[in-house]
Structures are given as C-alpha cells and as structure tokens.
Design a protein around this ligand. Structure first.
Ligand SMILES: Cc1cc2nc3c(=O)[nH]c(=O)nc-3n(C[C@H](O)[C@H](O)[C@H](O)COP(=O)(O)O)c2cc1C
Length: 188
C-alpha cells in the first residue's frame, strides 16, 4: 500500500478491542525509531516515552481507582471499575511525555505539538506493523498524583497514552470531516 493510501485509511482501534500479543521488542524499537523523526523546532527532542506493560498496567489501574475514590469519595463502583481496567486491555501502553524546556526560545506549545507528533507517529507505526492503537488521555493524563506516581518531573506533561495491541475486534469506520468544511483559500 502506498503511503498516501495508508494515511487515508488510518484509524484508531478502541483500547477495549485490543489484546495480546503486543509488539515484540524489535517491533517496539522500530516504532520508537520512527517516532524519533517527529518534527522538532530547535532540535530539543522535548519528549520521552515510558512503556507500561504486564503487571504494571494492572497496578496502575489499581492506583487510578484509589485516586479516583480519593478525588470523589461518592464515585460509583462502575466508574472505579472502569478506571481499574483502563490500562488492562492493550498489552502495551506507551505514556508519551513532553519534557518542557523552560525557559526556551521555543514556545511551550511547539514542544507539546512536537510530542504530539511522536504520539501520532507511534500510532501510525503500530498500524503499519499490523497492530491496532488508540491515543487516550482521560483525567489520568492531567492528574498531578498520577504524574508523580509515574515518576514525572515538574516540567513534564503527559501528552498521550498510546494503547497498542493485536486487533481482537476491528474498529468500525466513522464519518470523517468533509475537506470543504475545513479548507479555504485566503483571498487576501
Ligand atoms: C490528544 C488526544 C486525546 C484523546 N483522548 C481520548 C480519550 O481520553 N478518550 C477517547 O475516547 N478518545 C480520545 N481521543 C480520540 C481517539 O484517540 C481517537 O481519535 C478516536 O477513538 C477516533 O478514532 P480515529 O482516530 O480513527 O478517528 C483522543 C485523541 C487525541 C488526539
């Protein structure tokens, strides 16, 4: 398949539809190598990727459920169970972290966008290798206690959790935005 056709067919597979096996170490290395080619103003490489796999996924889910209860002692059991399972579907979750250089001549938004490109490349690389993937954030990506639990420093932000695995159930296509609604030519 040529690259443009690949891009025009790209789609996410919801994390709940992913299963083991995940990428091998070699395949993960290939995905990461592709991601290191993300566009990067100032050559800051303002990112790092943290793999969450195996038992660590369940342990993180347990932490999330406890944290959710701490934040909202009235939380419904179903909500807590959803948090507990959040990281347990896909065999591999890549936490993509922006390491913000502050101060820098490169605006913070550009460092975050560059890290977003890492996320998108990882998704595409997973799909190119025959896996499914989904970029998720949810409250956990923005919670300081979760960040500390994952070992993030004060200048680090989670830009995405990229869930990757074999496709247990294919994703259904969704209507895509019409180009005409999102494109115009500046008339001067
Ligand atoms: C920054 C970012 C965060 C996202 N977070 C979530 C999320 O927390 N929950 C969710 O259901 N989808 C989230 N999505 C959307 C999915 O990644 C995905 O785009 C969606 O399932 C539609 O699939 P598609 O990529 O095939 O259009 C997020 C997307 C982006 C770019």
């Amino acid at each position: 398949m040529d690259h443009l056709t690949f891009l025009s067919r790209r789609l996410s597979v919801p994390s709940g539809q992913l299963a083991a096996p995940g990428p091998s170490r070699d395949q993960l290395q290939q995905m990461l190598a592709a991601a290191m080619r993300a566009p990067d103003h100032g050559r800051l490489a303002p990112w790092r990727v943290l793999a969450i796999e195996g038992e660590a996924r369940h342990a993180l889910g347990e932490f999330l459920a406890q944290r959710a209860l701490e934040l909202n002692p009235q939380a419904a059991q179903a909500t807590l169970d959803k948090d507990r399972r959040r990281f347990s579907h896909a065999p591999l979750v890549l936490a993509v972290v922006a390491r913000l250089q502050q101060p820098s001549r490169i605006p913070e938004i550009e460092q975050i966008l560059s890290t977003g490109c890492v996320c998108f490349t990882l998704l595409q690389a997973a799909q190119a290798l025959g896996f499914g993937g989904q970029w998720l954030t949810g409250w956990a990506a923005y919670d300081p206690a979760v960040a500390a639990h994952l070992g993030l420093a004060g200048n680090e932000r989670i830009v995405g959790f990229i869930h990757v695995g074999s496709i247990r159930e294919p994703a259904s296509e969704r209507p895509r935005p019409a180009v005409e609604a999102h494109f115009s030519v500046w008339q001067g």
